[in-house]
Design a protein around this ligand. Sequence first.
Ligand SMILES: Nc1nc2c(ncn2[C@@H]2O[C@H](COP(=O)(O)OP(=O)(O)OP(=O)(O)O)[C@@H](O)[C@H]2O)c(=O)[nH]1
Length: 878
Amino acid sequence: MSDKTVQALAEVVGIPLERFLEQLKEAGLSATAPDDIITEEEKVKLLAHLRKRHGKAETDQEAAAPKRITLKRSTKTELRQSTAPGTGAKTVSVEVRKQKTYIKRSEAIVTDEQKEAERARQALAALEAQKRQQAAEEEKRRQQEAQLKAQAEAAPDKPETISAPAVEEAAAVESKPAPVEVVAAAEPPAKPELTEEERLELEKKQRLEAAVERNAEKVRKAAEAKQQTLHKKKQEFKPSRGPTPEISHDSGDAARRGKGKKAKPGARREKPEFEIELQTSKHKFEKPVAPSKMEVTIPETIIVSDLAAKMNVKAAEVIKHLMKLGIMTTINQPIDQETAVILVEELGHTAIMQSEDDFEQEMLAEAIGEADDRKLVARAPIVTIMGHVDHGKTSLLDYIRKTRVAAGEAGGITQHIGAYQVKTDHGSVTFLDTPGHAAFTAMRARGAEVTDIVIIVVAADDGVMPQTKEAIEHARAANVPIIVALNKIDKPEANPDRVMQELATLNVVPEEWGGDVQFLKVSAKTGVGIDDLIESLIVQAEVLELKAPKEGTASGVCIESRLDKGRGAVATILIQKGTLNKGEFVLCGHEYGRIRAMFDENAHAIKSGGPSTPVEILGLSGTPDAGDEFLVVQNERVARELAAHREERKKSTRQAAAQASKLDDVFSRMTAGETATLNIVIKTDVQGSLEALRESLVNLSTDEVQVKCIYGGVGGINEGDANLALASSAILIGFNVRADAVARKLIEEKDIDLHYYSIIYEAIDEVKRAISGMLAPEIQEKIVGLAEVRDVFRSPKFGAIAGCMVIDGFVKRNLPIRVLRDNVVIFEGQLESLRRFKDDVNEVKMGMECGIGVKNYNDVKTGDQIEVFERIEVKREI
Ligand SMILES: Nc1nc2c(ncn2[C@@H]2O[C@H](COP(=O)(O)OP(=O)(O)OP(=O)(O)O)[C@@H](O)[C@H]2O)c(=O)[nH]1
């Protein structure tokens, strides 16, 4: 818009010039003469002034009107109230005050937003009015120009006529409406001032509206889509879902009818939105149309229910499939990895075989955090002393400890921690102070191959004895080099040569006779030859090139542990690798903890220990077993998790671990090319049977399988025998002997394959069948009960009657029995009588007392055991 003079503008808006000039003055503009130019800015200023004047008046008017009226009313009433009987009525006056506030509706409902919208609307209207005004002005101007042009063309020399239109215009101005209306008409052009501040707001508003519109569109589309999906799903599920629309319809009715009543479940579905919600949530799970294929990780053994859970199927389903595979299981039974893999693949999934050690290895890698490529240094040999009873094992250990370890110690021997280290000029030797092969084998059975060298102590005055043989066999089974100490050499009756000969017959041949075993003549009493013995140990260690890393985190094995009243769990551990420091977190078996304190064998507190050092540690959560492996871990979390994992693994692999030493498995292992050796541990009642049985069984060896007698002995089966069988993956054969209680527990726990025989041919036949794979129907003996003889009564009518307590299973009148003395079978036969008190009975159960008369046997003694057994035919399957 172009700038105009005051006069021209007064004419345009139709206001007399004087009044216009007055208004300009009021607005504070500089223009005072009719010919002064009014700029755009000034126009805006003027109109703002005019609008202000107009608006204020309105506001004042409105302000005068009341916006809220509050009415108050109070009413007073009297109440007559009767009190206690006979006291008359009481009058209470009650005043009720009511207050009501009326708010002017327009005021009440005009919110800020509405005000805003109103303002924007006004601004918009002003703009439009301004536009219209401009268009009208333009039109008028054009008309005037056209008129002037026409006049100029008609009389070009008559300038007076030019004023004529101006007069007309002035007259027209005079006839213009009242000034108020002028102001009103003039107001729209004044609106541009509003746009300065409010245009932004207007734009904002417009943007907002556009956004709202867009959003509304989106919501509409989403709702449509939802509706369509819902419809589609309804169509899909209609046959199985039943009359959903009807339900919805009914529910609507129910809701309408039952307002205020207890709503029926369907009644809540009145709102369509909610119905959509409900329906969609119902159909969130889409029924899979194709079987889903998943990857199932399978550990070495897995419980049926766990496997089912991994495949998202019911356990019954897994059991059913296992039955199809010919395997009868229960929900809590473990199955081996191979079976599980077959099953998983049959069900269409992918099986991933996972080693139990995988997790442990991962955890250990995290725990140790370093590859074992550490620098190796020479370490002290770890020595175990074995031998027959009273041949001087303890004396030898004591002598060495006294003279070597305690030398220089003020109080002499301080304590026994299960191991100690001896320092010599040539090097150190670590002795495990747990004499006897039982402890040695027990450690081995737990998988701890700790010992580097075994010293077999043989009393030179006594010679080779049963336990000497056992010790030799145990050392051989462990593949550990032997050094023989011919002890008690100080005794006049000592005859080392004879002992050497005896040992030679056992294939322990002295070096001086061309063999490979060092023999040393010693005396644990006088100390003769002890230095030489230690030197031999060091030489042997050098030959073995015993090395271990000295740097880095420590690992090793637990030698022994105990619970101390004041100190808690105390464990002696032998460090095999690295350096152990006080304050580190260790995991030992399934115990763990931070080393609170560490001591050497002299009870001196120490801060660290290197390879082959035995130390006593405090701080473990419990007492680990001898033979448990220990290692340093980074933190308690790793220690705890690994401990829990080990505990779990111990449970689940108990059965699987022992399967390797089953007689039944020999043939399958042979054909699978896995092993060609059948290890046997034999215990018999007499030496004669042992020799006969051992020879017969060893002679069964073929080109394909070698039957190896790890150990044979006379007497009942004890814990050591069971441990040896376990450590050597051997089967246990008891010929006319039985396992004692401790051994039985171990056999049961570790599922060691134990076979009892009373006829040599039976034993030979069974082993023969096992290694040739001939699986004939088998008569198996099953021990059903065991009774202990507590007292023996003599009766003239029945002979000897054993007063017994049934300690296991049950005793049945008509089943065959055996009488055992010191776990050796001394009689086999039948029961003559079975009585409870004075009544003859057929069966007596565990925990009950009874009187047993053994047919044709009167030599029953207190402490004997009566074993009841039955023979059952077992159909064997390939
Ligand atoms: N004269 C003599 N006696 C010895 C010698 N060594 C041990 N003895 C004695 O032999 C007996 C048994 O010795 P121990 O050290 O208890 O024998 P052990 O092999 O440890 O016996 P167990 O622990 O029962 O298996 C003790 O009375 C010792 O004093 C020795 O070199 N010379």
